[in-house]
Design a protein around this ligand. Structure first.
Ligand SMILES: *Cc1c(COP(=O)(O)O)cnc(C)c1O
Length: 224
């Protein structure tokens, strides 16, 4: 079942990549595994998943420890509180949800203690919905520079969470906005890193890929 779902998702990605002139090998699928059991995560990994995402630190740690699932890459996609940073660094390869200088500074401080350079994405609130975390687009460039100066943090891309809507076409503009923000950062030479875009979920990953997503975060389409 999970294996069939993964095959289906990969086929859909291959199809949309062919249409968009993109290479499917360059798209990372993160299997969002919140509220799923360690058994299910193990099944997904057995079916070829290499990247697992969670939105709660505690839940991720229980799963990773219970099954020795550490061989895959772990992604933190939920809001991260400062007091949980220290533990998060021990588990996550990529933190998608850095949305303030303060949080980045805490990550830098804790990462320095364990000699880690933590890869992060900066989360941007492209829709402006009040319920969403993320930087205001207008604040991105300035915050980017402040965070970039931190030695134990490496910004490898940007992330956004689109609003929930019935029609994926309605969120295309938010994905496009994130790509435009990324292109601006690159054009202003704020970094030489080839920044990646984390955007798109079960209902809208095809639109996100058309708009330039490099990392798609997929839960229901894999596990349901
Ligand atoms: C749950 C979640 C997803 C996956 O959502 P699905 O609709 O189940 O694919 C992606 N990103 C974040 C941040 C999430 O919390």
């Amino acid at each position: 079942m999970i294996a069939d779902n993964i095959r289906g998702v990969k086929e859909r990605i291959a199809k949309i990549c062919a249409k968009a002139g993109r290479d499917p090998a360059q798209i990372t699928i993160v299997a969002i595994s919140k509220n799923r059991s360690a058994d299910e995560v193990e099944e997904a990994i057995g079916a070829g998943i290499t990247d697992v995402g969670e939105n709660k630190l505690q839940e991720a740690r229980l799963k990773a420890d219970s099954r020795n699932l550490r061989a895959v890459r772990w992604h933190m996609v939920g809001h991260l509180q400062s007091n949980k940073v220290k533990d998060a660094l021990n588990l996550f390869d990529l933190i998608h949800s850095v949305d303030s200088e303060e949080l980045a500074q805490e990550i830098d401080k804790q990462a320095a203690k364990i000699n880690k350079v933590q890869d992060i994405l900066i989360q941007v609130n492209t829709s402006g919905e009040e319920s969403k975390f993320g930087l205001r687009p207008a604040a991105l460039n300035e915050t980017f520079l402040v965070i970039k100066a931190l030695k134990n943090v490496r910004i490898v891309g940007l992330m956004t969470i689109a609003p929930l809507v019935d029609d994926p076409e309605k969120v295309r503009l938010y994905f496009r906005r994130l790509k435009e923000l990324r292109d601006k950062v690159i054009n202003l030479r704020l970094t030489t890193y080839d920044l990646r875009l984390s955007m798109g979920m079960s209902d809208d990953f095809e639109v996100a890929i058309e708009e330039g997503a490099d990392i798609v975060r997929i839960g229901r389409a894999i596990y349901d």
